[in-house]
Design a protein around this ligand. Sequence first.
Ligand code: CDP
Length: 131
Amino acid sequence: MLAGAILDSSGTRILLARRARPVELAGLWELPGGKAEVGETDEEALRRELAEELGIAVGVEFELRDQVVLSDELVLIARWARVIAGEPTAREHQAVRWVDAEELSTLCDEGRLVPADTVWVPELVARLRRA
Ligand code: CDP
């Protein structure tokens, strides 16, 4: 599983998307992404998923520090990325929004992020504040 911490052009906000399913995660915000298909690199998978789900082209950069083991087959990895083209549109999500460090912290504290994604919040907040 690849998730993208997608930075806006000012470098101060990242993109969150609100999940529509499954029921236990519906309404919670996540770093958007998806699963790699056979033969795809992580970077290719993330670029394809973000094009499909949000209609954006991204440049994929480094991996964030933490990985989350969701199950025997599913490990969640997040990569830092930047929008190259397109305006994010919720095609498979309920909504999308750009958040700065403050808003990301607040959503996390309020329990409004997908649980697995909370591991990245400290690193993301630090990176956004440094911008
Ligand atoms: O599209 P589908 O619901 O099949 O799957 P997905 O969006 O690729 O996500 C699969 C699972 O990964 C979700 O049910 C979540 O448990 C987890 N996930 C997550 O915890 N955080 C993300 N940013 C993305 C996915």
